[in-house]
Design a protein around this ligand. Structure first.
Ligand code: NCD
Length: 355
């Protein structure tokens, strides 16, 4: 596996680049090596990853297929470095690595690693790279995965890094699985182009909405409505990006009036872990930003409800059995698309396609 040219640029020069310009340093021969930013994906890659995920999903239906997939990367080891809480992202990456045959190591808590003794993240990552062939990391520090990718690219073992969620800024592989879910949901109705996507909840602090909004700019005639209480509304950086890419968007605080027009409703929870003063989120009235059976009745029969999960009370459990509630499938899609991404990073996508 060839590394990138990230070792040809200083950290200070790299960190000043726009995400689009950074992307060039994170790939080799047009193939993603470090997966750090949603802006790295183009339409062609989104289509190809979706096809590869579906191929893996179908191959995994037989024992013979499962053993074939497992033989692909059985000689490799993956490190999961998750110092911020996670259920689905951690487990779906674990399962994706297992599907491809990897052996797995993990650090999930700074208090049980040498970071507790004051070791820098650079030194920690460098230690992981001595034993493993890829690092999948989640951190509450925005941009940390980028800094780590740069540090590794300038070390003697430049292995790939996948950003599994960084601070409030990015969650590119969640956006990828969200796109895969939209592709599958609209497979028989013309695909994602032309659809109206409605984001609901804490849009100011949710990284999944930020990353998915960026990926949606790869599609034609998309319309986005951001529905949130004023204090939690989508931030100018995202809105400017959409305007710049000519994506039509609206802001609203009236969920019920928007529901009938939506093709996909993407719900999110209140991200109160980012509160700067205690109890600040609890003071915001979010009762009109929830979906229950009454809201279901207003939805198109073809629309879907998504959620990156975990949920609090923004989707009532009464909604779970409705065929339009796709969040459980969305979660499983994460395993297939993450397996596709890792297979592609390690160049076994061709063999899988030809199986
Ligand atoms: C999201 C996250 O971590 O950003 N969860 C996930 O990865 N599925 C959303 C959230 O925590 O609200």
């Amino acid at each position: 596996m060839k590394s990138t040219k990230l070792n040809e640029v200083s950290w200070s020069d790299f960190s000043e680049l726009t995400p689009i310009d950074k992307a060039e340093y994170l790939s080799t021969d047009n193939k993603i090596f470090h997966m750090l930013l949603a802006q790295q994906f183009n339409r062609k890659q989104l289509d190809e990853f979706g096809e590869l995920a579906t191929r893996i999903r179908k191959i995994a239906k037989t024992k013979e297929g499962i053993l074939f997939l497992r033989s692909q990367l059985a000689h490799k080891r993956a490190m999961l470095y998750f110092t911020q809480p996670s259920t689905r992202t951690f487990l779906s990456f674990t399962a994706a690595c297992q599907i491809l045959g990897f052996q797995i190591g993990e650090v999930r808590n700074k208090s049980t690693s040498s970071e507790f003794k004051g070791e820098t993240q650079e030194d920690s990552i460098r230690s992981f790279s001595s034993y493993f062939d890829i690092i999948i990391m989640r951190s509450e520090i925005g941009g940390l995965a980028e800094r780590m990718a740069w540090a590794l690219s300038n070390s003697e073992r430049p292995i790939p890094i996948i950003n599994a969620g960084s601070g409030k800024d990015q969650h590119p592989t969640q956006a990828l699985l969200d796109i895969y879910t939209l592709q599958r949901s609209f497979e028989k109705s013309g695909g994602i182009d032309g659809k109206h996507i409605v984001f609901v909840g804490d849009l100011a602090r949710g990284r999944t909405v930020r990353s998915l909004s960026m990926l949606l700019t790869n599609y034609q005639d998309i319309k986005i409505t951001f529905v949130a209480p004023n204090q939690l509304q989508a931030t100018p950086d995202i809105l400017e990006l959409l305007a710049c890419k000519n994506v039509s968007y609206d802001l609203s605080n009236n969920l019920r009036s928007i529901i009938p027009q939506a093709d996909a409703i993407y719900m999110t929870r209140i991200q109160d872990e980012w509160d700067t003063t205690s109890g600040e989120s609890a003071k915001i009235d979010t009762s009109n930003f929830c979906i229950g059976t009454k809201e279901l009745a207003l939805m198109k029969s073809t629309a879907v409800i998504m959620h990156p999960l975990p949920r609090r009370n923004e989707i009532s459990t009464d909604v779970d059995s409705d065929p339009r509630a796709v969040y459980w499938r969305q979660m499983r899609n994460g395993m297939w698309i993450r397996a596709a991404l890792i297979a592609s990073i390690f160049n076994c996508d061709k063999d899988i396609k030809n199986y």
